[in-house]
Design a protein around this ligand. Sequence first.
Ligand code: UD1
Ligand code: CA
Length: 462
Amino acid sequence: MKKSCLVLAAGDGTRMKSKKPKVLCTVLGKPMLGWVLDSVRKLELNQTGIIIGNNADSVKEYAISRGEYKFYIQSERKGTAHAVMQGEELFSDEYEHTLVLCGDAPFVSEDVLKSSFVFHTENNNDITVISSILDNPFGYGRIIRKGDSLDSIVEEKDCTENQKEVKEINSGVYWFKSSTLKRMLPKISNNNIKGEYYLTDIIRLSLGENGKVNAFLCESSDIVLGANTRADLSRLNRIARDKILDIHMEKGVDFPLTDGIIIEKDVIIGADTVIFPNTILRGKTIVGEGCTIGPNSLIENCKIGDNVKLNNVQAYDSIVEDNVKAGPFVHIRPNSTLKNGVKIGDFVEVKNAEIGDNTAIAHLSYVGDSIVGKCVNFGCGTVTANYDGINKHQTIIGDNAFIGCNTNLVAPVKIGDNATTAAGSTITKDVPPNSLAVERASTRIKENWKHNKLRLENKKSK
Ligand code: UD1
Ligand code: CA
């Protein structure tokens, strides 16, 4: 039995007041379309197609980055039935069932799609529409029943006052027998207030031909929620956020207060880790066990080990090994590795650098394009001068080196194991192991010397 799927994603962002296509508006950092494709992927369908609008290169590009899809262009937006029509190839005789769903309802879950399919096939339905009960059904198509069976779906704008009271709504997700879809779709007219070809009209038409049509009532109302406006989007973000925090709490993560905490869907966090307010964990971040993250931290695509403490840290695309302590006010830029036990203090920036075990960069320093050994001590105000205006150069520092305060390391440069640089030195030559490099004028003392202000005061008093 071959199954296909069509995701409707040709809508513009009119109601979102956005320049980008609606399905690319994000919930917890991930485009709504991405959430839908994630659930669909788990169904192992034979072919999935995405209906996109004109100038939807961004939608296409995004989808391609996530898997293999067919694309069908709906060049004029004439309604959901017209959109489905563009993907005709996917409800040809080759397929037995076709799943249709909207790219702007991100919480549709794999479980509901699977159980509704079982319901669809066990009942030998021509059409199964997934419905749900909403306290506030405004904006959704209403499921109109006659007794227990389905009568039609009526869109908000076409509802009578009585129909507006109906709380059972159409999720916009349907299983069709592919042959029914193929046969009935051309019969849909655009005779309604919006003048659009409504896919929902297929229910009434199919019933008129004695088709077997049923609604699969889904208990969770969240999974059907769609976003047409920014307010909807914000609501979805809040729902998704709370759900994800619940999952982490269940797994032993501690959130003393959840204020300002956003954790994206794919983030993994170990037990006994404490997350403090205003912490945002993004992308493919993994946090180990027993860590303290936050307050006020933003971590994106990082792998964080166990027992790490990050306070007021921003970190991107980097690895932070076990027992690292960083913060406050630390910026870890991409491609950095902080090895076991590293200590990074206030106002330090690390970029494209490997910092060896137990090394300390305690204050006000910049370490970029560097390889640093174990147990190195950086004095306050160390700067790797890595950029000559055209190229970036590397700094290499050996184990146990001691970098004095206010050292400039003009790259490319190597500091050997156990070497020391004197405070205030600008190092332009390699420093051999076990040696001291000093590059500064020695202090001269002029005795009985008054600075200008004192001289002036002396004059006045005379
Ligand atoms: C639709 C349903 C409504 C249901 C709701 C669930 C219809 C007529 N109405 O309403 O019953 O309760 O979804 O969220 O189907 N799209 C296209 N091309 C078009 C029009 C729409 O690709 O010409 C896509 C949109 O990008 C969107 C989806 O289809 O992903 C639904 O369209 P939208 O305009 O949001 O429909 P709703 O008014 O939400
Ligand atoms: Ca919608």
